[in-house]
Design a protein around this ligand. Structure first.
Ligand code: IMP
Length: 180
């Protein structure tokens, strides 16, 4: 485990979730999905850019036949939510009658995921589930379940393993949290 703090732009971050723990978390999430989707062919919709690293590690552990596609939506600028309604872009796959699993990096206020759910439901998938690596329950304002959750965290800003601070820091193999 890397025990060193990192600096991204003007902020310092401390090691928070090491690679070994991420691997354990992802093993557990994948096992649940593999069990629940026996006999099915789910379509994973990976939300770019944040869920890239999580999705690549998760998908390597999926044992049922599946399809993978990507979508984009952005609601974050720097360190605070803009609260704007954003469109789902890049949905090229026909999701009607499919068992869809949205793969997201984090559900924070839940506003982004709320928009995603609403816009994807219009296409009438057979089922629509959420898989998120992290969740900030203290900030969540949504009224939907997170079907496959890696880990809940306190209301702290994190970077690394796909998470960015102003588009920097996504490439670190572990997760860091901001130093106060
Ligand atoms: P929500 O709409 O408030 O749930 O925000 C979701 C999006 O905000 C996520 O997909 C992330 O891109 C971003 N986000 C929320 N918390 C963090 C964080 O701690 N670090 C980096 N990005 C975050």
């Amino acid at each position: 485990m890397n025990s060193k703090s990192i600096k991204i732009k003007d902020k310092e971050f401390s090691p928070y979730i090491p690679e070994a723990e991420l691997n354990q978390i992802i093993d557990q999430v994948a096992e649940k999905i593999n069990t629940d989707y026996q006999g099915k062919e789910p379509l994973f919709l990976v939300v770019l850019n944040g869920a890239m690293l999580f999705a690549s590690d998760l998908l390597k552990r999926i044992k049922v036949p599946c399809n993978v596609s990507t979508i984009r939506v952005s609601s974050y600028c720097g360190m605070s939510s803009t609260g704007e309604v954003k469109e789902v872009v890049g949905l090229t796959e026909d999701i009607s009658n499919r068992d869809v699993i949205i793969v997201e990096d984090i559900v924070d206020t839940g506003i982004t995921m709320g928009h995603l759910l609403k816009q994807l439901k219009v296409h009438k998938p057979a089922s629509l589930k959420i898989c998120s690596l992290l969740f900030k329950p203290d900030k969540f304002t949504g009224n939907y379940p997170i079907d496959y959750l890696g880990r809940a965290i306190p209301n702290e800003f994190v970077v690394g393993y796909g998470f960015d601070y102003d588009e920097f820091g996504r490439n670190y193999p572990e997760i860091y949290s901001i130093k106060e």
